[in-house]
Design a protein around this ligand. Structure first.
Ligand code: CP
Length: 321
């Protein structure tokens, strides 16, 4: 593996899940793998889980991780080719990324979408610029359209919790929210579950919340949440803003919040959410505090997902100078 930007960088999802679970059983088996190597974690946006789980994963591999909050501590970066930099941006990514590539053996980047211009966000300008100019492997810590470390974690958690000798019925269910959120987690979850191919997969959302078909192709799509929930084994709850008329909230219909009553229609489904979650807006207290909730286990598994990915990249790459 050279980079980890999407599921397309993974040759075998089940193998990567097995590697992650092996690290969960024995975190320090590859302590020497990252000796004398450094990774830079660049954050253009906030994080709790992604930042700390990746730091712990790096430490388990003997890597030194250095965090840089670019949004708060760095120069404002320019990404437009040919930009006349007479405005607020101070340094072009073409100048900054190669320098960071000299300091680090690997760069991990979080860069959310602005949700103003669909074409710009879906071009993955920031992530692609680092891939193009840094000269070292790049790991997405969530980009404009995808969150692959989250999705790997999600598959790990599903495999831990669903062991029946049949395919699980997995429902990705839209949830209300008070502000427009990116489509990243939903896009990425859909892309990974479809690529994994070991589930009956349904995406339920209100009208006009269709996701990009590039990611959902292979899933069953419905506007009927109750029908989707029937006999579900796993319900993944997540809000996203509109994709077609980009970045809007048409409805924050509280009827779409998952409740204990709705869960009665399922096969005693386990409930997932990537966190952070707005309690009693996206998901009810009664579910989050119940035995059906997997959210803590899911977030804890972020360490093993990150460790599996970092180790695969370390094994496959030597620094190009
Ligand atoms: N799920 C997730 O990516 O959490 P953070 O935003 O806290 O990193």
């Amino acid at each position: 593996m050279r980079n980890f930007i999407s599921v397309k960088d993974v040759s075998n999802i089940n193998d990567l899940v097995s590697k992650a679970l092996a690290y969960k059983s024995a975190p320090f088996t590859d302590r020497q793998l990252g000796a004398d190597k450094k990774i830079g974690l660049l954050f253009l946006n906030p994080s709790l889980r992604t930042r700390l789980s990746t730091q712990v994963a790096a430490a388990n591999l003997g890597l030194e991780a250095i965090v840089f909050n670019v949004d708060k501590e760095g120069w404002a970066l320019e990404f437009e080719e040919g930009a006349i930099m007479s405005g607020t941006t101070v340094e072009h990514v073409k100048d900054a990324a190669p320098i960071l590539g000299q300091y680090f053996d690997m760069l991990c980047i979080r860069a959310f979408p602005a949700l103003k211009n669909k074409a710009e966000d879906y071009s993955e300008q920031v992530m692609n610029a680092f891939v193009q100019f840094a000269g070292v492997p790049i790991v997405s810590l969530e980009s404009s359209t995808l969150h692959p470390l989250q999705s790997l974690t999600d598959i790990i958690t599903i495999k831990e919790n669903f062991t029946a000798p049949r395919k699980p019925k997995i429902v990705l269910s839209w949830a209300p929210h008070i502000k427009p959120l990116p489509q990243c987690v939903a896009n990425s979850f859909a892309e990974w579950v479809n690529a994994w191919g070991e589930a009956d997969f349904i995406i339920a959302h209100p009208e006009e919340y269709e996701l990009d078909a590039t990611f959902t192709k292979g899933a069953t799509l419905t506007h009927d949440q109750d029908a989707a929930l029937k006999d579900a084994d796993i319900v993944y709850v997540k809000n996203w803003s509109t994709y077609t008329d980009y970045g809007k909230i048409y409805s924050n219909d509280p009827e779409w919040m998952l409740t204990e009553e709705k869960l009665l229609q399922t096969n005693n489904a386990k409930v997932m959410h990537c966190l952070p979650v707005r309690r009693n807006v996206e998901l009810s207290d009664e579910i989050l505090d119940s035995a059906n909730s997997l959210v803590t286990q899911q977030a804890a598994n972020r360490v093993w997902a990150a460790q599996a990915v970092l180790s695969e990249i370390l094994k496959a790459n030597t620094k190009r100078k």
